[in-house]
Design a protein around this ligand. Structure first.
Ligand SMILES: Cc1cc2nc3c(=O)[nH]c(=O)nc-3n(C[C@H](O)[C@H](O)[C@H](O)COP(=O)(O)OP(=O)(O)OC[C@H]3O[C@@H](n4cnc5c(N)ncnc54)[C@H](O)[C@@H]3O)c2cc1C
Length: 480
């Protein structure tokens, strides 16, 4: 007698006929097929599933959730694939949203399907003469970044990404498609804005858009500059950066350490990637304390519309290979109140020692994202959301990237050490340790991630109500 097939063995026959013609079910028999079918930001700790379902319509998403829940098959959702939490082992399937990215423009908002990437969102609204609050890296998923809070260059002007979420459509664990907004399921709407990957599959998000004129120019251009200095100017740089105060919404920066490669030679540098929303003269006046420190290198990322200026739709603050899929990469995030000169010097030494011992890790970087949180705080005083970290000023996120798999133990040790240094009192200035769930590695505590016991209890209550079997949000720390 033929053995009865398990639901996973039977997936093509049982789920296939319910999906639209463009949806795809990929059976994954081994790691090679997996790597040909699926990419994500890091190749570390990738688990190999039994199947990947590339959905194409909301109906596909609904049928897939119904199939998985009725057959007790665990699943994870992959949108942009930039987290550590978008793969699952043989016991389950990946619901891949990378072909699910329709964008619909409205007069002052935009609706995106959940597989849309940041660069696709920005490029879609730009020809309409509008901009949208989105992450700083074009390749990151809109849904992953929005639902956890969302930082990006426009936060100082218009608040966090989640502050600009007007509504969402969500497939719940019960297999229903519901609307979520301030007036429909408002408690869930509170949770979606800060802890939004944990309650259902968010299939669509509607985000507010703004006229390009809010960026302070007539032609939709912004000022941008990348500067590099030698280590001897580190303390002066920290003083200048702290002196800028970061209360002005027009200015943003990424500051940190990287390696420049010339032929076979790699040399560590201090670097700052600056953006200013306003005229060039105002940008140069604002950043004068940095510009006057005489960088040895000053670059504009082409194409510029005139020296120092790029069209806003090409903003991709990092423009770095670090955001692309593939490679052995990991991120170690920490909330910071202000830079500490002695602290940055210790981090510089740890960083340069690590790369000199492991030259295959020369692309590793240490970055601190600097922008004003004033607008986000003002919004937070009027409108309660689950996002817990409005009191944090800056976010540090070292990215460790190595080619040799044997470097991994040293890479993790280095990343943990640097994160610990950023969590030190000299960077926190009396504030508690803060962990942004989107930068989490998996060892962060629930209180550091969601801020306080009251918020954790409220989220846990909603988790029980909307997803009692914990089907969604296989990211850590878990909400139990
Ligand atoms: C290079 C780099 C740059 C970054 N820059 C920024 C930045 O500028 N600002 C910022 O805020 N963050 C940033 N991040 C963090 C980023 O926001 C998180 O990694 C985020 O989780 C990525 O979302 P994703 O959709 O790309 O990832 P995924 O791994 O696909 O998804 C992340 C998690 O959310 C779940 N999920 C995704 N979509 C949905 C959905 N529609 N419904 C339910 N669950 C879902 C997934 O299952 C997974 O657990 C950056 C990360 C990297 C690696």
């Amino acid at each position: 007698m033929a053995a009865t097939k398990t639901p996973l063995e039977n997936i093509v026959e049982s789920l296939g006929p319910t999906l639209s013609s463009k949806a795809q079910i990929h059976l994954i028999s081994d790691a090679k097929i997996f790597s040909e079918t699926f990419t994500s930001w890091s190749d570390l700790n990738k688990k190999v599933p039994s199947a990947i379902i590339k959905i194409h319509t909301v109906g596909d998403a609904l049928e897939t959730i119904l199939w998985a829940t009725s057959n007790s098959v665990p699943f994870v959702v992959k949108a942009g694939g930039h987290s550590n939490f978008c793969t699952i082992g043989k016991e389950g399937v990946i619901i891949d949203l990378s072909n699910f990215k329709k964008i619909t423009l409205h007069e002052d908002s935009v609706t995106v399907q959940a597989g849309t990437l940041t660069e696709e969102l920005i490029s879609a609204v730009y020809p309409q003469g509008r901009c949208v609050v989105a992450g700083g890296c074009g390749g990151v998923g809109v849904s992953g970044s929005s639902l956890a809070g969302g930082f990006g260059p426009l936060v100082g002007l218009h608040g966090l990404i989640c502050d600009n979420l007007l509504s969402a459509r969500v497939i719940t664990a019960a297999g229903e498609l519901i609307e979520v907004s301030k007036t429909k399921n408002p408690e869930l709407f509170w949770a979606l804005r800060g802890a939004g990957m944990r309650f259902g599959l968010v299939v669509e998000l509607t985000l507010r858009t703004y006229p390009l004129a809010t960026l302070g120019s007539d032609d939709g251009s912004i000022w941008e500059m990348t500067l590099m200095w030698g280590e001897e100017q580190l303390e002066d740089l920290v003083e200048a950066l702290n002196g800028l105060g970061w209360t002005k919404g027009e200015a943003t920066a990424y500051f940190g350490f990287a390696h420049e490669k010339e032929g076979d030679r790699i040399s560590p540098v201090c670097l700052a990637m600056l953006h200013y929303f306003g005229p060039t003269s105002a940008a140069e006046a604002y950043f004068r304390p940095l510009l006057s420190l005489r960088p040895f290198h000053a670059l504009n990322t082409p194409p510029h519309v005139q020296p120092g200026r790029i069209p806003y739709n090409l903003i991709d603050a990092l423009q770095l290979p670090h955001q692309k899929h593939g490679g052995f990469k990991s991120m170690f995030g920490a909330g910071v109140q202000k830079l500490s000169a002695p602290g940055m010097r210790k981090i510089w030494e740890t960083y340069t020692q690590f790369v000199s011992a492991h030259p295959d890790a020369f692309r590793s970087i240490v970055l601190v994202e600097m922008f004003s949180m004033e607008k986000a705080r003002e919004i937070g005083r009027k409108d309660d959301t689950a996002f817990p970290h409005r009191d944090v000023n800056l976010w540090a996120f070292p990215i460790v990237w190595h080619d040799d798999p044997n470097t991994e133990p040293a890479a993790t040790k280095f990343g943990n050490e640097v994160r610990k240094m950023f969590q030190d009192e000299e960077f926190r200035s009396g504030h508690k340790v803060s962990a942004y769930v989107n930068f989490n590695r998996g060892d962060e505590s629930i209180l550091d991630t969601y801020g306080n016991e009251e918020r954790v209890a409220r989220l846990q209550g909603l988790k029980k109500e909307w997803d009692p079997k914990s089907l969604f949000g296989d990211l850590v720390p878990r909400l139990k």
